[in-house]
Design a binder for this molecule. Structure first.
Ligand SMILES: Cc1cc2nc3c(=O)[nH]c(=O)nc-3n(C[C@H](O)[C@H](O)[C@H](O)COP(=O)(O)OP(=O)(O)OC[C@H]3O[C@@H](n4cnc5c(N)ncnc54)[C@H](O)[C@@H]3O)c2cc1C
Length: 423
């Protein structure tokens, strides 16, 4: 079966590896000519780490990223609202990793070219057109976004893993228009600093209109007593001002946001100093898209950000693309007809991911910071006067269930896998 994967990002390369493990030999078509290690930090949640471990990448991830120890939420004055252990430290069967997107992408790229062969990755192949004739799908590629036609290809199955501006999705939803902006801008950077808290802590401070997210991403730095610290400063601006087309690589000016964080000098971290230490700062609008009713149309389906672009809340963007990849590869392996397999994959993944998109619009697990801001805008003497531990716990637990990584479920999955391996 000829399988064409459109897009060689994290979702596209993971599905290539998962399909290879399931006995297929897909081809990945990537728009850019020279794949470089781009992006700042991402998080891989334990259920996504399970998938990558089963693809043999656990050791590389452990050597490269940070096995996140804990997650904390604070108000804008640096008063602690919530702490929970994460990954192995919380008793999960798999770690959570905080890692540079470029490093994770590189691991996947290396594994793909070694296992599938370099000829399975066609760079400078930008999908410009697709046509499903019923028996096959015809694809036309240009040499980059604006380039001349470089190839016409036919495939039995097409997987659109081409990100938030998916050409494959546009083919089926031509009137959808650009992504939807919620008025927030994310300024992102990476700064080398002294380690903070446990050296493996991730924290968020603030509320819905102004927030700071921060976590270390490099094992090598930790081992040498330093921290390569990923940070995201977020502010809501006038939504009528509009935004420029989202581009992960757009550089930003410190003057646009640093003054708003000038007072955020906490006991454990001086945030203005951290921001000022970054070599390059990028800006990105907080965008998503409405969930759609179908990803699969005949021989073509969607995966990752092409299928369910979501706000970067709750650390789910890359993790959900990785879960899609496993689900789709298993459906193609275990189902008789390829068209039925794509439908089966959609049934398994569309509703759970749509629920995450909707939950992230309500701030996902980070809503506790907004609740505390609304109830105690001037800070608090005793947190329990503002919000109870039960309420905090319930919000954290609910989001884990929605995003598919509650501990009971993952522990049960791990012991079922162990039993299967023993049998
Ligand atoms: C350059 C870049 C930097 C990023 N940085 C961050 C970050 O710092 N933090 C964060 O949380 N998330 C970041 N992301 C997004 C994050 O990687 C995704 O949300 C998540 O990993 C899901 O991945 P995906 O494979 O579905 O989409 P993506 O990672 O967006 O990958 C889509 C791929 O498809 C390719 N493509 C697009 N159109 C076509 C076409 N017509 N034909 C062929 N190929 C096409 C793109 O070049 C890209 O390689 C970044 C994405 C990119 C592309």
């Amino acid at each position: 079966m000829k399988i064409a994967i459109i897009g060689g990002g994290i979702g596209g390369l993971t599905v290539a590896l998962a399909l290879h493990k399931a006995g297929f030999r897909p081809t990945v078509y990537e728009s850019v000519g020279d794949i470089r290690a781009l992006g700042v930090g991402i998080n891989l949640l334990p259920h996504a780490v399970r998938v990558l471990s089963e693809l043999g990448l656990q050791r590389d991830l452990a050597e490269t990223g940070i096995a996140t120890r804990e997650l904390l939420y604070f108000n804008k004055f640096g008063q602690r609202i919530w702490q929970e252990d994460r990954g192995l430290d919380a008793g999960y069967p798999w770690p959570q990793y905080s890692i540079l997107r470029g490093a994770a992408h590189y691991l996947l790229l290396e594994a793909t070219t070694i296992r599938l062969g370099a000829d399975c990755l066609k760079t400078a192949h930008h999908l410009a057109r697709l046509e499903d004739t019923g028996d096959q799908v015809h694809l036309t590629f240009t040499g980059g976004r604006e380039g001349k036609p470089v190839a016409d290809v036919s495939a039995d199955i097409v997987i659109g893993a081409d990100g938030i501006h998916s050409e494959v999705r546009r083919h089926f939803y031509p009137d959808e228009g650009p992504p939807i902006w919620n008025g927030a801008i994310l300024w992102r950077g990476v700064t080398e600093s002294a380690p903070f808290m446990t050296g493996r802590s991730m924290f968020m401070a603030g509320h819905e209109n102004q927030k700071f997210v921060c976590y270390p991403v490099s094992r090598a730095h930790l081992d040498s007593g330093r921290s390569l610290t990923n940070w995201v400063a977020e502010r809501r601006v006038d939504p009528d001002a509009g935004f420029r087309r989202e581009d992960w690589n757009r550089k930003a000016n410190l003057d646009d946001f640093l003054p708003a964080f000038e007072d955020w000098r906490f006991d454990w971290l001086d945030i203005p100093q951290l921001i000022s230490g970054a070599e390059t700062v990028y800006e990105y609008p907080m965008v998503d898209r409405d969930p759609v009713a179908r990803w699969t149309h005949g021989r073509v389906t969607l995966l990752g950000d092409a299928a369910h672009p979501m706000y970067p809340i709750g650390s789910n963007g890359a993790s959900q693309a990785i879960l899609d990849a496993e689900s789709l590869a298993h459906a193609l392996r275990d189902t008789q007809g390829p068209i039925e397999a794509l439908s089966r994959y959609e049934s398994a993944r569309l509703e759970p991911t749509s629920e995450i998109v909707r939950s992230n619009r309500r701030n996902g697990p980070e809503q506790v910071m907004q609740i505390v801001e609304e109830r105690a805008p001037d800070g608090f003497d005793d947190l329990s006067d503002v919000i109870s531990q039960d309420e905090l716990q319930a919000i954290a637990d609910r989001y884990k269930r929605i995003a598919g990584f509650d501990k009971a479920r993952l522990t049960a999955a791990a012991s079922a896998a162990d039993k299967q391996a023993e049998a």
